[in-house]
Ligand binder design. Structure first.
Ligand SMILES: C[S@@+](CC[C@H](N)C(=O)[O-])C[C@H]1O[C@@H](n2cnc3c(N)ncnc32)[C@H](O)[C@@H]1O
Length: 446
């Protein structure tokens, strides 16, 4: 049980019930379309006890990850489904069943606190029902986890439409894609090679007892054995490290650039790849383009921490145009983000099948416009964190047909080995060490 911030406690007649609060946060994401990142921010602001904060976050992300399994388990435990308007109660059941099936929290506390939460939610009538469902969940834990006779979407904890797309696109990989998408991702750092302490960076991590692995291709990556607060990472504040997945760290090395080149990073916020490009090539003249002003602000904050400089422009990449074309362009296009479900599991709740086609059209519009802003002989690196062919290899295939001065460039073998060569670019699937990502390098004829 937790209390609100101390200044509010004197007015508070009843202590706030953590399980009730968790149910409210889960409801916001699952039933009210709020993003898990926004709700995580609320949790950080409202829960002062670090253990309660960690539990709330674990439940929120856990329910998003295992939603299909939990929803099915509840349907097995209830004699008849709850009415549609009982989403706060359903959210309480989702988060409490999640704790009983997947976490090592004390079982009696989960049950009694969830029953108390009913009273606080002014649903005293539901206390007996919640008690019964949770006690049965405990008794049937094994069979609920085995999911005997459960539909495929439950076994793979993936919405039907996404499961169908993964199966059609990747008949050999779809099961591994689903399994990996439901795992927790590691915290991966990117070392800033241009920082004064770059040479002693590994020693600094070791002296802070931070265990890590390196990666054969992403040379600047340090994959931490255990996630931790970035404030605990040596010299994070001075810009020695940034947080960035391995897949995203490949972009800067894949775009061919020369000293002094004018480079555009289109769709740039929050600026992870902008910063990496500048860390690797401090002499570039870099423009970072972003549609949303609030997100562009994040590019400024990141560049400031890393002591880097770029021209940040707020504009629409579908229509943005320049007098003097760029030598190279990185287009990290807005996409379905189906390759990063393990980091943003609420994508499974928020994306819909019908969102994909408008995204494909937007990507084509941006690609077509930016191609006009590229010098003859220049390179454009197209990237997405999607694993759907419509946004990736099919997008590039269509573009090459439509644009006679565009040619596909073969990526280095070392990089191609990290994923699957689609014939129109490299597809990385989500795996233990990296997210799902797509890269295609195009050259404009001279
Ligand atoms: C995949 S994220 C980019 C991540 C970024 N490259 C990084 O590495 O940190 C895509 C970005 O494109 C922006 N965006 C979406 N539509 C856009 C448009 N029409 N013009 C410019 N930016 C756009 C989104 O706001 C979002 O910040």
């Amino acid at each position: 049980m937790i209390h609100r911030q101390s200044h509010q406690q004197s007015n508070q007649q009843h202590p706030v019930n953590l399980r009730g609060q968790i149910a409210n946060w889960v409801a916001q994401v699952i039933y009210q379309g709020q993003s898990a990142n926004v709700v995580t921010q609320q949790i950080a602001e409202q829960v002062t006890d670090p253990r309660n904060r960690a539990l709330a976050r674990k439940c929120l992300f856990g329910v998003c990850r295992q939603f299909e399994q939990l929803d099915w388990a509840i349907s097995q435990l209830l004699q008849k489904p709850l009415k549609k308007n009982q989403w706060s109660l359903q959210s309480l059941l989702l988060s409490s069943v999640y704790q009983l099936l997947y976490l090592n929290t004390a079982e009696h506390a989960v049950i009694s606190e969830s029953v108390n939460a009913c009273r606080q939610m002014e649903k005293d009538w539901a206390a007996k029902l919640v008690n019964g469902v949770l006690r049965n969940a405990l008794r049937q834990k094994q069979s609920l986890l085995e999911q005997t006779n459960a539909p495929e979407k439950v076994q793979y904890s993936m919405p039907d439409w996404l499961l169908k797309r993964f199966k059609n696109a990747w008949p050999k990989h779809w099961q591994a894609i689903c399994e990996q998408s439901n795992q927790k991702a590691p915290l991966t750092l990117r070392l800033n090679r241009s920082h004064a302490n770059a040479k002693s960076s590994d020693a600094l991590l070791q002296s802070a007892h931070i265990e890590f692995k390196t990666h054969p291709v992403a040379k600047d990556a340090r994959i931490l054995d255990e996630a931790r607060n970035v404030q605990d990472i040596p010299e994070f504040a001075t810009g020695l490290f940034s947080v960035q997945d391995i897949s995203a760290q490949l972009a800067a090395a894949l775009l061919p650039v020369n000293a002094g080149d004018r480079v555009l990073d289109a769709c740039a916020a929050p600026g992870g790849k902008t910063a990496h490009l500048l860390e690797m090539h401090p002499e570039l003249s870099l423009t970072a383009l972003e549609l949303e002003a609030a997100r562009a602000e994040k590019i400024h904050q990141n560049l400031q921490r890393l002591n880097l400089t770029a021209q940040v422009i707020i504009d629409d990449a579908q229509t943005y145009s320049v007098q003097q074309p760029f030598d190279a362009i990185l287009l990290d296009a807005p996409c379905s983000a189906t390759g990063v479900i393990r980091r943003q599991p609420d994508i499974k709740q928020h994306r819909r099948d019908e969102d994909i086609w408008p995204l494909v059209q937007l990507q084509n519009a941006i690609l077509t416009n930016l191609w006009q802003q590229l010098k003859p002989g220049g390179h454009l690196l197209y990237a997405t964190c999607s694993i759907l062919p419509d946004e990736n290899q099919k997008q590039i295939k269509k573009f090459l047909k439509q644009q006679s001065d565009a040619a596909l460039v073969t990526l280095p073998d070392t990089v191609l080995k990290t994923g699957t060569d689609t014939g129109f670019g490299l597809q990385l699937f989500p795996q233990r060490d990296h997210d799902g990502f797509f890269y295609s390098l195009l050259k404009k004829s001279s």
